[in-house]
Design a protein around this ligand. Structure first.
Ligand code: ADP
Ligand code: MG
Length: 244
């Protein structure tokens, strides 16, 4: 079970508060989207799950364990960023295998896992290429491959498609959704794009900047249909109703 629970979470940078009163239960195997305008705290909330950001107050659990003080490498989460973050001097094969090599898995096992991930992502014939010889979509698939081979409990995505052109973005949305349903890994996906949120999320958490809503960032959580049909406040109605 890899549910994620934000229990009264707050985050302050020095004396600047960016997240307050965040209570949210992400279900096991769920595809949860964090959506909201730039600066509302989406990345900060995601980075707290990854362990890349200290938690100022409250408790955060993954599975049945409170992880506030658990080191990122012991959290069993894999994060995919927008900038691909591939190693330019390594082949696709080496890029996908890297996280397994540093965990000192046997070579035969690494080869098997890399082949399986590559075939799932349509990368088999590109395994010996360097990232610079790949298209944007292929690079993004390599980044996905690096996350998949680790067989994490949780996938974290921070605006992974924002560097891609519009057409490829639509294709990759569908591929990521399909992959998540196949692997059944609890996923948190950050985007500022309402359409992306509405097409990908099992449920969506709409966040607002604390400057505008000092009582707390979380405006509403619900399925795409619930948010569309029954927005709980003007912020949600406007944000969901206004495609970017
Ligand atoms: P989003 O991902 O929704 O655009 P972020 O989580 O990146 O928003 O940022 C939320 C707020 O926190 C912003 O006002 C941002 O300037 C501030 N912030 C983020 N990281 C830091 C940091 N390391 N130090 C100070 N302020 C930060
Ligand atoms: Mg961000």
């Amino acid at each position: 079970m890899a549910q994620i629970i934000f229990d009264n979470i707050a985050k302050r940078f020095g004396d600047v508060s960016v997240i307050e009163n965040l209570n949210l239960h992400i279900r096991d195997q769920e595809f949860m989207v964090f959506v909201g305008p730039s600066g509302c705290g989406k990345s900060t909330a995601l980075r707290m799950i990854a362990g890349l950001e200290d938690i100022s107050a409250g408790s955060l659990s993954i599975g049945d364990r409170v992880v506030n003080d658990v080191h990122p490498k012991d959290r069993d989460v894999a994060m995919v960023f927008q900038s691909y973050a591939l190693y330019p001097h390594m082949s696709v094969r080496e890029n996908i295998a890297f996280g397994l090599k540093i965990r000192k898995l046997p070579t035969a096992e690494i080869d098997g896992l890399v082949s399986k991930a590559a075939s799932m992502l349509g990368l088999t014939e590109y395994l010996d290429r360097k990232p610079r010889a790949l298209s944007g979509g292929q690079r993004q698939r390599v980044a996905l491959g690096r996350a998949i081979v680790r067989n994490p409990k949780v996938f974290l995505f921070d605006e992974p498609l924002s560097n891609l052109d519009a057409e490829l973005r639509v294709t990759m949305r569908a591929e990521i959704s399909k992959l998540q349903r196949r692997l059944k890994i609890t996923t948190v996906y950050v985007t500022h794009d309402q359409v992306e949120a509405m097409t990908m999320g099992d449920r969506i958490a709409v966040l607002a900047p604390l400057k505008r809503h000092p009582q707390g960032n979380l405006m509403q959580v619900g399925t795409p249909l619930e948010l569309y049909d029954r927005p709980q406040n003007l912020f949600v109605a406007r944000f969901i109703g206004t495609p970017s």
